[in-house]
Design a protein around this ligand. Structure first.
Ligand SMILES: [Zn+2]
Length: 265
């Protein structure tokens, strides 16, 4: 019985971290993570929006590469890679970029289909780690601004050697495409924030690739920086993913994705 109990606990833990997410689990996580957007439905394979419209979860197209999924991913593709919360982190495998696949239609419908539409939902969030009066603009859609505010309070209470990691926010909302791609950056939707990190871990794979297409070796500085790990863990607890955990690393980037990180509903 004791062994069975341990096995059952492990299964629960695996599910909690999303390491063994089935397709149905991905659909359930999306609905649970965005309660302002979706409602339960008896129909299979459907995301039902509160405005009565529906989006097919699995469009049946088998996309074999990360590039294909990033260009035309379905909601199922978006949920295809579990995000590894916590620290220490292991080196991500080839194309292991959990969260970089985004079903563009979902984000445009939730956050806004134009700069003006997104801007209507932006609010000022205090960021005390950067100074008593510092504020950053973030979307209030899906509770993102409230989640960022909770992160800000928590990291501001950390010792100085940790707080300095987030003392220089360098950008939230910009309506733009991703460098080297023609799809919108998550910054377009007002639910992502970048920080100027300490130099050894302020890393973006395209900078290290120096114009080439090959992804450089994963920087050991990221794997070794337990302080960065503490910061990432705070963000993750509140539903943010961190680009420092992507094989195509982008350490300064933190993005509100409650379907992949944070308490699961
Ligand atoms: Zn970013």
């Amino acid at each position: 019985m004791k062994r069975l109990g341990t096995a059952a606990f492990l299964l629960f833990a695996v599910g909690w971290n999303g390491l063994a997410a089935s397709d149905d689990d991905g659909l359930r996580r999306l609905v649970g993570a965005y309660p302002d957007q979706f409602e339960a439905t008896e129909k299979a394979n459907v995301l039902r929006w509160k405005d009565g419209t529906e989006t097919v979860y699995d469009d049946g197209v088998a996309r074999s590469s990360l590039d294909e999924m990033m260009k035309q991913g379905s909601p199922k593709d978006q949920m295809s890679l579990p995000y590894p919360c916590g620290w220490p982190m292991r080196e991500p495998g080839t194309d292991e970029d959990p969260g970089r696949v985004r079903c563009e239609a979902l984000f445009r419908k939730m956050y806004g289909n134009s700069a003006a539409e997104v801007e209507r939902s932006l609010v000022d969030v205090a960021w005390p780690a950067a100074g008593a009066s510092k504020k950053v603009r973030f979307t209030r859609v899906n509770g993102a601004a409230s989640a960022l505010q909770r992160v800000g309070e928590e990291v501001n209470a950390l010792p100085d050697d940790l707080r300095r990691y987030v003392a220089k926010p360098i950008g939230t909302f910009t309506w733009r495409t991703i460098a080297g791609e023609d799809r919108p950056s998550p910054h377009s939707f007002g639910m992502a924030i970048d920080f100027q990190l300490p130099t050894p871990v302020h890393r973006y794979w395209r900078w290290d690739a120096k114009g080439g297409k090959d992804v450089p070796a994963f920087p050991p500085e990221i794997l070794d920086d337990a302080r960065l790990g503490r910061i990432m863990a705070v963000f993750e607890r509140h539903g943010f993913i961190c680009g420092g955990k992507w094989r195509h690393y982008d350490t300064m980037h933190f993005e509100y994705r409650p379907e992949l990180a944070g308490p699961q509903k």
